[in-house]
Design a binder for this molecule. Structure first.
Ligand SMILES: C[S@@+](CC[C@H](N)C(=O)[O-])C[C@H]1O[C@@H](n2cnc3c(N)ncnc32)[C@H](O)[C@@H]1O
Length: 247
């Protein structure tokens, strides 16, 4: 059996009871820690879950998929993902491949950044296509194209930001704001920065792109992960919610 288990957004305790019970029944537990970041360490997880954890880097999760699936033919295997299993991650191929090899799969969902952004007051069903800003972005315009398309439909744009947890590199919302300004988005555009959603003290800041950049660049140092939203057409209730996050 292969269990794909979402860990939620904050620490080892965000796992669901069902997820925890599944891990307890597993012979092997993989943890995919390269697409986001929890506040806890792997040893905190090992302590609570009562299992040793194998770190699955991008290579193992993508190229080593066959190994994980063949292990799940004769053993109970858990694959842990920060946030939700299929939200802004690539694990649908692991699910599909396991199914096509007739390996039983159970998915145990959890909270995701894609729903946690609801704390801003922006209506989730008014978000358009989500886009990611990579570190190496000098010649990258795809996020701008996505934003323009969403904007023309009055929809909100969520920018997810590149990260490399193994190296401790996380793009900040201030860096994302700077990228957008450099690519020609007016500095006076309204935007919302979010940090550490799902934590005890999530950061949300609403401002013009330029001021946002100046406001959070130092204030939010070390508060990761972060993302950025440019709101589309606002309902007055959304506008009022955002105004609560002005300085
Ligand atoms: C590739 S997505 C992974 C999403 C994850 N599977 C989930 O369901 O939440 C990772 C990116 O989402 C954003 N992100 C993830 N968790 C976040 C959080 N708790 N607060 C703010 N942004 C977050 C960051 O931009 C981060 O680089």
């Amino acid at each position: 059996m292969l269990y794909l288990i979402g860990l939620g957004l904050r620490d080892e305790k965000d796992i669901s009871l069902k997820g925890l019970e599944a891990i307890k029944a597993c012979d092997l537990v993989y943890f995919e820690g390269y697409t986001s970041k929890l506040e806890c360490s792997v040893s905190d997880m090992e302590k609570l879950y009562g299992k040793s954890i194998i770190i699955a880097d991008r290579n193992l999760a993508e190229s080593g998929m066959g190994k994980i699936i063949s292990e799940a033919e004769s053993k109970n295997v858990a694959f842990l993902v920060i946030g939700d299993v299929f939200s802004a991650t690539t694990h649908i191929s692991l699910f599909a491949e396991a199914k096509s090899c007739n390996v039983k799969v159970e998915v145990i969902h959890n909270a995701s950044v894609l729903t946690a952004v609801g704390i801003t007051g922006l209506e989730l069903y008014k978000f358009g296509k989500i886009t990611s800003i990579p570190f190496d972005n000098k010649d990258i315009v795809a996020p701008i194209d996505v934003f323009e398309m969403n904007k023309s439909n009055g929809l909100h744009t969520l920018f997810l930001l590149d990260l490399n947890p193994e190296k401790g590199d996380f793009m900040t919302a201030a860096q994302a704001a700077e990228y957008l300004i450099q690519k020609g988005i007016p500095a006076e555009t309204d935007a919302v920065a979010c940090a550490e959603l799902g934590s005890k003290n999530p950061g949300v800041a609403f401002d013009k792109l330029r001021s946002l950049n100046e406001r959070i660049a130092t204030q939010w140092a070390g508060r990761i992960p972060q993302c950025l939203i440019i709101p589309g057409k606002l309902h007055f209730v959304e506008q009022e919610s955002l105004e609560r996050y002005q300085d």
